[in-house]
Design a protein around this ligand. Structure first.
Ligand code: DQQ
Length: 564
C-alpha cells in the first residue's frame, strides 16, 4: 500500500474516532438526502411559502455568515415539484432602518389580481419589532428573484401598550366580504399569548382591532401564528380568503417549543372566532407534531388545491458541534394538511411528490412478530428510506389496564421506553440501529385498555439513539385516536441520516426526531421491525423503499431534473 493511502486511512480513522472532529466538513454523516437544507450555515423558520406561475417558493430565516442564529435574512429557494430545489439570491437582507437588526418571519399574500406580496417583521434600529411589506420587482419573472421593500415601511409599529419585543410574525392576510384585508400578528401581552388583528383597505395603512382574534391566559408569547380554513369534508385544501359553512378555521400558535393549534368557527363579518376547545383546555393538546417541529407555516397550493405545511426542525446537538459541521436546521418534508373525518383534529401526510424518490422496494405481508422478537428489513438503504408498516392485533383483551394517572403521554413514553416490556407492545420499528443494537431509535406503539375502549400510545424513543454524549436525546409521545379493534395501527417513517419523521394512524399523529448515531451511519445503519410485548402482533403489511437523493443545489449548479 502506498504511503499516501496509509495516511488517508489514518486520517479517516482519527476523524471517526474523535467524536466532534468527525463532524467536520470532510465527513458529513448527518447531512440529509431529501430534506430541505441550505448548503451551509444557520436556517430556522420557513417564511412566505407560495405557489406562483407554476413555481413553488420557499423563503426561510437564514444567517448567511455562520451556523448560529444572527444576521437574519430571508433566503429564497424555488422548486417545480417540492422535491428538488434551487437556491436563489437572498430575497430580503437586514439593511434598512426598519429591519437593520433582522428580517424576521412573515408570510405571503396574493392581492386582488394575483400579485404576491410579503409581510414580515423587521427588528429596527432600536431592536423594536415592526411589520414591513415587500413585493417582487418583476411580476413576469416566475422565479421572483428580486424583492423591493415598500417605501411606506414600517407599516405597523408597537404602539398603544404593545411591548416592542413581543410583536412579530404576520400571517398570510385574508380579505373579508367587506373588502378589508385582515392579518394577525403574534404578541405577548400581560405575559400571555395573543393574536392581534389588523385591518386595511389598501394593504399599506393598517388599523388594529380593539379585540384580538384570540388570546390565551394558559400560554406565553405566540410566535408565528397561522390562521386558515379547512374543508369539513376533508378532501381538498382551501384558499385563505374562502369562507362558507363547509369550513372550519385552524389557529396555530408556536409556544413552549411546539406548534399548537385549535379548531373553531370564524365569522368574517364580525371577526368572531369561537374555538371548539381552547389551547391546553381540559387536557386538550392538539399539536402538528409531538416531536421536534416549530415555527411552521402553511400555504394554499392553488395548482393542486391542497394546503401544505412546512416546519423548522432544529438540531438536537450542541452549538459547538453545529459550528464544527458548518450548518444548523432542516425543514420538514412538505406535508399536506386536512381535517380528519371526526372533525376533531388535523391529519398530515407527506406530499405525494416525495414518492418519486422511492426506489428499491422491499415488501411483505402477514408476518407474525412474536413477543420479544426483531425482524431485519434488509434490501434497502436504511439511513435514507421511506417505511410504511401496519400492524393488526388479535390479543386486545390482554392489553394492560390504563392507569387514570397516566395523563401525560410524553412522560409515559419516557418511563416506558422500548426495552420496557408490556402486554400489547411496544411494537414498531427500530431506525438507525447499529448491528449490535447498542444504537437505535425506536418508534413504537403500546395498547392499553380503559373501561370500554382501547388507548393507543405512540412514542419516538431517542434515549439510545447515539453513543455520542452531549446530545439532546429527548423521548416524545402522544395518545393517538385509533381504535385497534376495528382498524390496523399504521406507521410511516421517513428516515434521512439525522432525522426520522413519523406519521402514525395515517397522519393522525406526527412525531419528528433528530438523531446523530455514532456508528449506525450510512451503510452501517440497519432497520428492524420489532415487538417487545409479551403477546404476538401481526405485520399485516410492510413496504420499505430506499430513497434517492433530492437535487438541492444553488442556481449555478443545477443538474438535469429527475425524469421519473
Ligand atoms: N424566529 C424568528 C421570529 C420568530 C422566531 C426570528 C420563531 O420572527 O418569532 O428568527 O422561531
Amino acid at each position: 500500500m502506498e504511503t499516501s493511502s496509509v495516511l488517508v486511512i489514518v486520517f479517516c480513522f482519527l476523524l471517526l474516532g474523535n467524536g466532534v472532529q468527525s463532524l467536520s466538513m470532510e465527513h458529513q454523516p448527518y447531512r440529509t438526502g431529501f430534506h430541505f437544507q441550505p448548503p451551509r450555515n444557520w436556517m430556522n423558520d420557513p417564511n412566505g411559502p407560495m405557489y406562483y406561475k407554476g413555481v413553488y417558493h420557499l423563503f426561510y430565516q437564514y444567517n448567511p455568515y455562520a451556523a448560529v442564529w444572527g444576521n437574519i435574512t430571508w433566503a429564497h429557494s424555488i422548486s417545480y415539484d417540492l422535491v428538488d430545489w434551487i437556491h436563489l439570491e437572498n430575497a430580503l437582507s437586514p439593511d434598512d432602518p426598519f429591519d437593520i437588526n433582522g428580517c424576521w418571519s412573515g408570510s405571503a399574500t396574493f392581492l386582488t389580481g394575483g400579485k404576491p406580496v410579503v409581510l414580515y417583521t423587521g427588528s429596527d434600529t432600536m431592536k423594536h419589532q415592526v411589520q414591513n411589506l415587500a413585493e417582487p420587482k418583476n411580476l413576469s419573472d416566475p422565479l421572483l428573484r428580486e424583492w423591493v421593500k415598500s417605501s411606506h415601511n414600517p407599516l405597523m409599529t408597537p404602539v398603544d401598550g404593545i411591548e416592542p419585543e413581543f410583536f412579530r410574525d404576520p400571517t398570510t392576510a385574508w380579505q373579508g366580504p367587506d373588502g378589508l384585508w385582515r392579518v394577525l400578528v403574534g404578541n405577548r401581552m400581560d405575559g400571555h399569548g395573543w393574536a392581534l388583528l389588523y385591518r386595511s383597505r389598501d394593504f399599506i395603512t393598517w388599523t388594529r382591532s380593539k379585540e384580538p382574534l384570540h388570546s390565551s391566559t394558559r400560554t406565553g408569547m405566540w410566535e408565528c401564528p397561522d390562521f386558515y380554513p379547512v374543508s369539513v369534508d376533508g378532501k381538498e385544501g382551501v384558499d385563505t380568503s374562502s369562507f362558507d359553512d363547509s369550513t372550519k378555521h385552524v389557529l396555530k400558535a408556536s409556544f413552549n417549543d411546539c406548534d399548537h393549534y385549535v379548531l373553531g368557527n370564524y365569522t368574517p363579518v364580525t371577526d368572531n372566532y369561537s374555538v371548539d376547545t381552547d389551547f391546553l383546555e381540559n387536557g386538550s393538546d392538539l399539536r402538528y407534531d409531538y416531536g421536534n417541529f416549530y415555527a411552521s407555516k402553511t400555504f394554499f397550493d392553488g395548482g393542486k388545491k391542497r394546503r401544505i405545511l412546512w416546519g423548522w426542525i432544529q438540531e438536537a446537538d450542541s452549538t459547538t458541534n453545529d459550528i464544527e459541521k458548518g450548518w444548523s436546521g432542516l425543514q420538514s418534508v412538505p406535508r399536506s394538511i386536512l381535517l380528519s373525518k371526526t372533525g376533531k383534529q388535523l391529519v398530515q401526510w407527506p406530499v405525494e411528490e416525495i414518492e418519486k424518490l422511492r426506489t428499491g422496494n422491499v415488501s411483505f405481508e402477514n408476518k407474525k412478530l412474536e413477543g420479544g422478537s426483531v425482524l431485519e428489513v434488509s434490501g434497502i438503504t436504511p439511513s435514507q428510506a421511506d417505511v410504511e408498516v401496519s400492524f393488526d392485533l388479535s390479543n386486545l383483551e390482554e392489553a394492560e389496564l390504563m392507569d387514570p394517572s397516566w395523563i401525560d403521554p410524553q412522560l409515559l413514553c419516557r418511563q416506558k421506553t422500548a426495552p420496557v416490556r408490556g402486554n400489547i407492545g411496544p411494537f414498531g420499528i427500530l431506525a438507525f440501529a447499529s448491528k449490535d443494537m447498542t444504537e437505535q431509535t425506536a418508534i413504537f406503539f403500546r395498547v392499553f385498555r380503559s373501561d370500554d375502549k382501547h388507548v393507543v400510545l405512540m412514542c419516538s424513543d431517542q434515549s439510545r439513539s447515539s453513543l455520542r454524549e452531549g446530545l439532546k436525546k429527548e423521548t416524545y409521545g402522544t395518545f393517538i385516536d385509533i381504535d385497534p379493534l376495528h382498524e390496523k395501527i399504521s406507521l410511516r417513517s421517513l428516515i434521512d441520516h439525522s432525522i426520522v419523521e413519523s406519521f402514525g394512524g395515517d397522519g393522525r399523529a406526527c412525531i419528528t426526531a433528530r438523531v446523530y448515531p455514532k456508528s449506525a451511519i450510512d451503510n452501517q445503519s440497519y432497520l428492524y421491525a420489532f415487538n417487545n410485548g409479551t403477546f404476538d402482533v401481526n405485520i399485516s403489511n410492510l413496504n420499505a423503499w430506499s430513497m434517492k437523493k433530492a437535487q438541492i443545489v444553488s442556481s449555478t449548479k443545477r443538474r438535469k431534473p429527475h425524469l421519473d
